[in-house]
Design a binder for this molecule. Sequence first.
Ligand SMILES: [Zn+2]
Length: 453
Amino acid sequence: MSEELIIKEIDDNKEEYIEFLRGLIKAKSYNPPGDEKNVALKIKDYLNGERIKCEILPFGDNRANLLAFLNDNFNYKNLLYNGHMDVVPPGNEEEWKNPPLSATIKRNKLIFGRGTTDMKGPLAAMIIALKILKKLDLNLSGNLILNAVADEETGGKFGTKWSLDNKLNEIKCNFSVIGEPSGLNPLPKAIILGEKGHLQIRIITNGISCHSSTPFIGENAIYMMSNIIQNLDNLEKYIPKVKPPLSLEELKKLISESFPSEEIFERIYSEQPLLQNVVKSLTQFTKSLNMINGGIKENVVPDRCEAIIDFRLLPDQTTEDVIDALKKVIKDLGYQIRDEPLGKPEDVFVYLDIFNQNEASYWKDWESSADLKMFHNIVEKIYKKKPFNFLFPACADAHYLRNKGYCPATILFGPGSAATAHAINEYIEIQDFINAIKVYTLFAYNFLKESND
Ligand SMILES: [Zn+2]
């Protein structure tokens, strides 16, 4: 009976939910600089209307994290819903058909704006789920904890990690959902059980400048860099060998489970080079040299060259492993590595600027989880399509929750499509948003009610 009550409540109040989401989109929170407090205040306002306990945890300049709780009881089961309030900047606003903060509705079907998909749509759906459970007063023994966070788009140190360090650690959570958009068109919805790690390093070679008519007087920083780049494959020698969490065949099998038959899946898979490459990337460590800059004049031997390399790691590979391996490769070439970027004009050395690092993570025990099965069934019932379990090539905040044992049972699931995230004219389908409200509310209800123990 209660499930029907929940569905009816959601169907009766769609307009209110859409307006709430539009309000979140209009609250500017481009990161950098962040300004997530603008969003946190809107959430608090909305939840206060239902007398839900809600704490804004401010930090920095107009930044904040937020925690809200269904009730005061933390002694039974605790379910965590986590979503980030920051969005990536809009890029060139002239390229947007509608201003990125306008939250324009088109054809009664789509909402356009920065953050609609990634991830104010999913976040709004989580907040609304909390509100519905409180409003309907369904006599739940467990607790739903909402953690709306800052800083996800720039690494999460001041968001999910900060929330854990400052408050969340005191509450033991049994299951967590992060609302990242998990649509991978043209496939059905995915439920994400692990993500790759991410490491970006700026390598700076420092040589000695001189006139290029006598190049042997100097030390050419571009040649130094070229030497390092040509030997990058030696990294494999030093990085510990790890098995990917799931093999190529296992990943394909997971996707195929949402198709009516293996044959149909194989046919579609063979026509999707993008999907094939995503699957491939999930089974291996990758590196990509993405930027290079050096030299100041056509007749001067350069004393400085910079290159940025982007590494993607498998679970069980740490960023430390890769940094140590890179140092060994550079030392093997006879170059000195220094801890300081600046030196005297006659110094020849390499400096490594590590400016972005996020560990990979993976929920190892997902196959035996009855809770995951229940989540799966609810998604299938609401979306009328079988979802599939999968991994993500990009990174998210999940590693903060999964690694170090806080809550290994963490999944990513949300409305919206990963392809429109960060893009110009980002949008979300209203039906997808409403469906997600139903999934989040029904799952929380079933997870937290006593009889489910
Ligand atoms: Zn996101």
